[in-house]
Design a binder for this molecule. Structure first.
Ligand code: HPA
Ligand code: ZN
Length: 338
């Protein structure tokens, strides 16, 4: 790719909508926290960790991701984790980020919900002051657990409602269809939360339909398999339901074998509000700019496509319209000068 396009990509103001805070745990911080908290981890060096980060599918990744999350114990750990992400987000010119966290990953190990959310939100507040990054939190339910556990998590979260913008659904997709969480999403919607769900990453287009029809989501996370279903693509375009796509994640989890197969450009051309995000950057080999650069190279994207993707990222956010407009105006100003 020519260097002027890569420079343009790196500098463009952008928004991240699909980032798991636990997925930003870099090996170096994992070692530091393991030592600080006296937690045994099955690795002796950063090189050994990096060698282990080869996955044959989503479950192969999740096994390692949950194992590594055990080093997160105290409020300070969640603060350090989040602050390290914000430093990288700032470097990549992210101005707004909507961040997933997985409370059940921690409460199931005896960590208090309050410990998790206090650590994360303290870092977000500081990130706003220091870097000017605005942020929202999305609480994800683990879909391999039952709906009761999700409902208990929702009830616990109500004490911290002011810090949470939306609920989401992640973890092992196949065999755990969105409809399993119909009631808890209904309750979350009644409480005023926005709703998103991972769907169509490994699972079929049918799961995307379920997320739309039963969970009434505002956005779909991943949604790759939507491309298999013409009627679904028409529905997503007509209803303005965005997709938060993650190219390097798709490659590492073998959702596709080559980025050249990635459907994002076809989706843009079909009128879908598709966006680029990093998912679990510490595990998949790249933050948001790496994702933009990799997909631009694979699909021969041009400056106009990058502008579209960056604008989509703000348009698809949960920001109020006036803030979206202000960020989009920044992209127009940047594009004129670069
Ligand atoms: N897919 C599903 N669940 C997840 C992921 C993902 O890519 N990352 C963290 N939890
Ligand atoms: Zn994800």
């Amino acid at each position: 790719m020519d260097t002027s396009l890569s420079r343009f990509i790196c500098g463009i103001p952008k928004c991240e909508l699909h980032i798991h805070i636990e997925g930003t745990l870099e090996p170096e911080l994992m070692f530091k926290l393991a030592e600080r908290n006296n937690v045994n981890i099955p690795y002796n060096s950063v090189e050994e960790v990096k060698k282990a980060y080869e996955y044959s599918d989503l479950q192969g990744f999740l096994d390692i991701y949950y194992e590594s999350a055990r080093v997160l114990i105290n409020e300070e750990d969640f603060y350090d984790l989040t602050m390290a992400y914000l430093v990288k987000a700032h470097r990549d010119n992210i101005l707004h980020s909507e961040i997933f966290f997985d409370p059940q990953t921690h409460t199931s190990r005896g960590i208090e919900f309050s410990t998790v959310i206090k650590g994360i939100t303290r870092a977000l507040k500081e990130g706003e002051e220091k870097f000017g990054i605005s942020a929202k939190l999305i609480m994800c339910f683990l879909r391999d657990l039952d709906e009761n556990s999700a409902m208990n998590t929702l009830n616990t979260a109500m004490q911290f409602k002011e810090y949470i913008s939306a609920v989401g659904l992640d973890s092992a997709e196949i065999g755990n269809p969105p409809v399993k969480f119909k009631n808890v999403f209904e309750a979350a919607r009644q409480y005023g939360f926005n709703c998103v769900a991972h769907a169509g990453e490994e699972g079929p287009a049918e799961y995307v339909w379920e997320a739309v029809n039963y969970l009434k989501v505002n956005r779909i996370d991943h949604g790759n398999r939507s491309i298999d279903d013409e009627a679904l693509i028409k529905k997503l375009a007509a209803d303005g339901i965005p997709l938060t796509m993650c190219p390097l994640s798709n490659l590492k989890l073998k959702v596709l074998t080559d980025l050249k197969e990635h459907p994002i450009k076809r989706m843009l051309d079909l009128g879908i509000t598709a966006t680029i995000n990093s998912d679990d950057p510490a595990y998949f080999g790249g933050y948001i700019n790496d994702n933009y650069l990799a997909i631009a190279a694979a699909l021969n994207l041009q400056k106009d496509d990058i502008i579209k993707l960056a604008k989509n990222s703000f348009a698809a956010s949960f920001l109020p319209q006036d803030k979206k407009n202000a960020f989009i105006a920044l992209i127009d100003a940047y594009s004129k000068d670069n």
